[in-house]
Design a protein around this ligand. Structure first.
Ligand SMILES: CCCCCCCC(=O)SCCNC(=O)CCNC(=O)[C@H](O)C(C)(C)COP(=O)(O)OP(=O)(O)OC[C@H]1O[C@@H](n2cnc3c(N)ncnc32)[C@H](O)[C@@H]1OP(=O)(O)O
Length: 235
């Protein structure tokens, strides 16, 4: 699970049933992720590919029998927190997500556990697409302001691609580099399977003005808040 998420205002009536429901969503996303990977890598002949396409469309029709319009937003999870299950980096329901698991690793620090970027994320032959790397680091760095109580949007994200990142296992890490009111500067890195830094990042994350009234006083515990305060810094 991703660090830096928030208690839900909705009580969970039946956490066991919700956990089972979540597991089924996760399993579906895992299965479709496998399909994505094999869609890129398959060498079966053309009639077989056409037959598979027909079957996949039939499966999509079954899922569309009950599907919500538009995006997923935040949902209450069995652990009683709000989660973004549709998120393309960490989302439990999203087969596009590698998926990342970003955890708090210390005071103002987070890390993405080792995960695999395969053929579906290829840019330069054999290597990870630069835009995918930006997405990964946006997520890893973006978790840090949330865990220190300043869940901000990315104002800028500067990347230095030191060397190509081979497809396969990668990991990420990030930490607070500075805070200024509602602004948090975060630095971080992407590492390859050998633990070598391939990409360095610096990002500025800003709590939008419209959101500041909803944030109370951070308690320092992974984004938990006291009751909303009348005013925060610069409110
Ligand atoms: C756990 C979840 C992890 C999620 C990680 C993923 C995060 C994302 O991908 S977010 C999506 C991508 N980002 C966006 O769409 C953000 C779009 N931009 C915006 O909404 C706004 O410009 C926003 C929120 C950054 C700031 O706007 P607003 O709230 O009106 O405040 P604004 O007054 O413009 O700026 C606040 C402060 O930030 C500074 N600032 C804003 N943008 C920048 C910038 N690019 N560079 C430097 N400083 C900046 C301003 O100068 C100002 O500083 P000060 O308070 O000292 O005068």
């Amino acid at each position: 699970m991703t660090a830096g998420t928030y208690p839900s205002p909705e009580p969970v009536e039946d956490p066991e049933a919700l956990r089972a429901d979540e597991a089924a969503y996760r399993d579906l996303a895992d299965a479709v992720r496998e399909l994505l990977d094999l869609t890129v890598r398959t060498r079966v002949d053309q009639p077989e590919r056409a037959a598979v396409a027909t079957e996949v469309r039939a499966l999509s029709a079954r899922l569309s029998a009950r599907a919500q319009d538009g995006p997923l937003g935040l949902e209450t999870t069995s652990d009683g927190r709000l989660r973004d299950h549709g998120n393309p980096m960490v989302g439990m329901r999203n087969p596009v997500a590698p998926p990342l698991t970003v955890r708090q690793t210390g005071e103002g620090e987070a890390a993405a556990d080792p995960f695999v970027l395969g053929a579906a994320y290829e840019g330069p032959p054999g290597h990870v697409h630069g835009g995918i790397i930006a997405s990964v680091l946006d997520q890893v760095l973006g978790t840090v302001p949330a865990i220190v109580g300043r869940p901000g949007m990315t104002a800028y994200l500067n990347l230095t691609y030191r060397r190509p990142t081979p497809l396969g296992q990668v990991s990420g890490r990030a930490r607070v580099a500075g805070t200024d009111g509602w602004k948090t500067t975060v630095t971080g890195e992407l590492l390859d399977a050998d633990g070598q830094v391939t990409v360095e990042a610096e990002g500025l994350f800003v709590v939008p003005r419209w959101a500041r009234q909803y944030l109370g006083t951070p308690t320092g515990d992974a984004g938990d808040f006291e009751a909303p305060a009348e005013a925060g810094p610069d409110a």
